[in-house]
Structures are given as C-alpha cells and as structure tokens.
Design a binder for this molecule. Structure first.
Ligand code: NAD
Length: 426
C-alpha cells in the first residue's frame, strides 16, 4: 500500500487580496455611480474550481495537491490569466488575481475576460519528473473549463514556458490533435510567440518612459529599485537600464543587494542564472529584504508578490514613482498613504499588461497558424501600451483621481458596457 500524504494549504499572515480587490472595485464603482445590479455582478467571480489530485512522487509515495482555476468575468471574450505555483497560494488570492485580469484586459483593449489559476506547492522542492506529473494532472483536472474559446492559461510566479508546453501537450493528447491556442507563454517550438517571454518587462519599460515624460523625470538621471528578479522584474531591470535608468537595488526570495553606483544588470542576470540568486553579486552590498522597497531611489518596481507596500512601511518609501510590475503589491491603505505623500503609482492593471497583450498576440497567431516576427510583436505591444497609458492618464486627469482609479473607471466602464449589451441570460 502506497503512503498517502496531503500537502496542507499554507495560510499567509497578510491582508486578504480578494478583500483588497473587491475594495478597489467598490471604491471605483461608487465614484462612477455604477448601477447596483452591475455592481453586484462584477464584484463576484463567475466560476471557481477547486481540485484535489494525487501525484506519484519519485520515492513511490502519493501526494495530494490542491489547485484552483477561477474565472472572474467573460463578458468581453474568453477568460485569460496565468497559473501560479507557490506555497502561499489560496483561493482568495486566485480570485483577486482573476478579477485584476478582467480589468487589465479591458484596459489594454483585449477581447478577453479575466481568470487565474494556482497550485499550493513549493515547486523548488519537486524533482523535474514530479513537477511534470503534477502539472499534467492539474491540466487534466482543470481541462473541464479551459480551452481556446473558454479560458486560456499562461505563466505566472514559478511557472515557465516548459510548464506551458506540458499543459498544451496534455490537453492536445486528450483530444488527439494539437491545440496550441489552449495556453500562451509556450516555447516557440510549439506555437509560442516571439517576444512573449520579455513582454511583461517590456511593457513595464514602455510605461516607465510614458510616465517619466508626463512627470518630467529624466530616465538618465533616475535610480530604480526592483523587488523580485524573475520574469517580470529581471526583464524590466534590463530594459529600463538600456533606456538609461540606473538600477541601484534588487531582491529575490533569497535576499537583497544594493549598489549606489548602479548594478550591471546583464551581469546580474548571468549571476542569478548560474548561482540561483541575486545575493553574492560582486561589488554589491547585502541589505535586508525589506530595505529594497525603502532605499533611496526615484522609481520603485515591486515585481514579486502581493501586499509588499502596506500601511506599516508606506511612510518609508522614498521613491517618487512606483510601477506595479507585480499584481497587488500595494494594499489599498498604503495606496492612500502614498497618494497623500504625492507619490505617483502606475497600477498593476496597466503597468504589467504587456504580458497578457503578447499572450493575446500568441493566441491570435496560434488560431490562424500564421506567425509574426519579433519587431512586429514589439511594435504592436508598444502601440497597445501607449494607447492604454494615454487613456488611463487622460481619465485620471479628467476626473482628478489617481491613475489606479482612472484605470478602474476605464475598465469597469468597458466591462459593464459589454455586460449590459449582452443582457442577463435567460
Ligand atoms: P517569477 O516566478 O518569474 O519571479 C518571481 C520573483 O520574485 C523571483 O525572483 C522570486 O525569487 C521573487 N520573490 C518571491 N518572493 C519574494 C519576496 N518575498 N521578496 C523578494 N522577492 C521575492 O514570477 P513573475 O512571472 O516574474 O511574476 C512576478 C509578479 O509579476 C507576480 O505578481 C505576477 O503575477 C506578475 N506578473 C507576471 C506576468 C508574467 O507574464 N510573468 C505578467 C503580469 C504580471
């Protein structure tokens, strides 16, 4: 008889991201006098799937994992959103991330609704074989609600193009033919898009340039601190450095480093690749993990997880501009404190929309089996980010509100319009 163990859900001692997402929505809905029926519809998720599934481990034992797939809204098109592997994943976190995806897709003008998925797991503790078996079984479990016309997953924290390829292959095997459009962020060999891997960071860079122009900040004399050095953070760092910004502090889950003279980002990426961590980078001093948010800098880029800037540390943020590469890194209370201090925040639903935008391009290319080159992808991405930024900026100026509220006004208006035009079934 094989031993059966359950991986317990970890409760993270922090604010509930779902409550924060609903609070952000409620505030904006109130300000735009959204009709109460629509308000009731949009503040809940449409569908939430909880799956528990067994995986054979390398030592012969069986472990049961818990996973989720949540679809917040599909009024504007199929649902879209990443899959997160993290020991701190909760259903409420996934619900918040799904709602944020709805607003993000609407702001970028993409014909998608919002979704998100996750598994409660520390993937660094799994072997490659265990990771693949867990991924394939999770893909099978959520296959009842995903598909090119329903819901299209993508990478998020601790998931990669390789994991997306396993998901694509699993769904394809179950149908007997290749279905590349079921998931985005795949390797190029199986229908991935040029530019997808760098898209989130590239979008952050475009937004950085837009907002700096509006605020009269010169990138060449501006310093940047970045929390999280994965897909979003490391590529934002590289592309912002290429635009003249000086990256002075960086962190990842293993620690934080600082150099007032500036870090060589290309060398730091190579260092992280070879050692697995940003710490130990020659010429940089080690700082405490929380200090990366509080160091002297002009631009702060949180690119890790939710609830990093809170009412506890908001007063110590020194940057004059915060770009939310991560989803939900600033709590609603901290948002108010930053606004009171005159710090400009470019919200997640705009700042990190580059990833889903190129995911949209990937889905379109897969459906038509016709692929574009990288220059075309990057030019189209820049156009989308420029339009989205301008619309959010104009909305916030027109109503005298923060960029987050401007973004929410735009997003809620678009989703509410689609919901109203479709009507309530039956
Ligand atoms: P990733 O797994 O590639 O990288 C996450 C990084 O954060 C890693 O460097 C990790 O070490 C670091 N990290 C984790 N906990 C940390 C902590 N407590 N302090 C400092 N660093 C920590 O993930 P990613 O895809 O870059 O996602 C990061 C954020 O960006 C998430 O909020 C995600 O939802 C958001 N995002 C990602 C994409 C995308 O396309 N990948 C798109 C939009 C938004």
């Amino acid at each position: 008889m094989t031993a059966i163990a359950t991986v317990p859900s970890t409760t993270v001692a922090m604010e509930n991201p779902w409550h924060n997402a609903q609070r952000q929505f409620d505030q904006a809905a109130e300000l735009i006098h959204l009709e109460s029926g629509l308000r009731a519809v949009l503040r809940e998720v449409k569908r939430q799937l909880i799956v528990s599934f067994p995986v054979k481990m390398d030592d012969g034992s069986v472990r049961v994992f818990e996973g989720y797939r949540v679809q917040h809204n599909m009024a504007r098109g199929p649902a879209k959103g990443g899959i997160r592997y993290h020991q701190g994943v909760t259903l409420d976190e996934v619900k918040a991330l799904a709602m944020w995806m709805t607003w993000k897709c609407a702001i970028a003008g993409l014909p998608f609704g919002g979704a998100k998925g996750g598994i409660v797991v520390d993937p660094k503790k799994l072997s490659e074989g265990e990771l693949e078996r867990m991924t394939r079984r999770y893909a099978t479990e959520i296959s009842v609600i995903i598909g090119p016309e329903y819901d299209i997953p993508a990478p998020d924290v601790n998931t990669s193009p390789k994991i997306m390829a396993w998901i694509m292959d699993t769904i394809s095997m179950e149908h007997g033919f290749s279905i590349p459009a079921v998931v985005t962020g795949k390797p190029l060999s199986v229908g991935g898009s040029q530019g997808r891997n760098a898209a989130t960071g590239r979008g952050v860079m475009f937004v950085a340039l837009e907002v700096c122009t509006r605020l009269g900040i010169d990138p060449k004399s501006s310093t940047v601190a970045i929390q999280g050095f994965g897909n979003a953070g490391s590529i934002a760092a590289r592309l912002m450095a290429a635009q003249g910004f000086t990256v002075v502090a960086v962190s990842d889950s293993s620690g934080a480093i600082h150099s007032a003279a500036g870090l060589d980002v290309d060398r730091l990426i190579a260092h992280k690749k070879s050692t697995g961590s940003v710490t130990g980078f020659p010429g940089a001093s080690v700082i405490a993990a929380h200090e990366v948010l509080e160091v002297q800098c002009d631009v702060l880029v949180p690119a890790a997880l939710e609830n990093q800037v809170t009412s506890e540390n908001a007063a110590r943020i020194q940057a004059r501009l915060v770009l939310e590469a991560a989803n939900g890194p600033i709590t609603p209370d901290a948002d108010i404190l930053l606004e009171q201090r005159g710090i400009t925040v470019v919200p997640d639903v705009l700042a990190n929309a580059g990833g889903v935008t190129v995911s949209y391009f990937e889905w379109v290319q897969d459906l038509q089996s016709f692929f574009w080159d990288e220059d075309e992808i990057n030019a189209r991405l820049e156009k989308v980010m420029h339009r989205a930024f301008t619309e959010v900026w104009d909305m916030s100026k027109q109503h005298g509100v923060s960029l987050r509220q401007g973004a929410y006004f735009l997003a809620i208006d678009r989703v509410a319009e689609a919901t109203t035009d479709r009507g309530i079934y039956p």
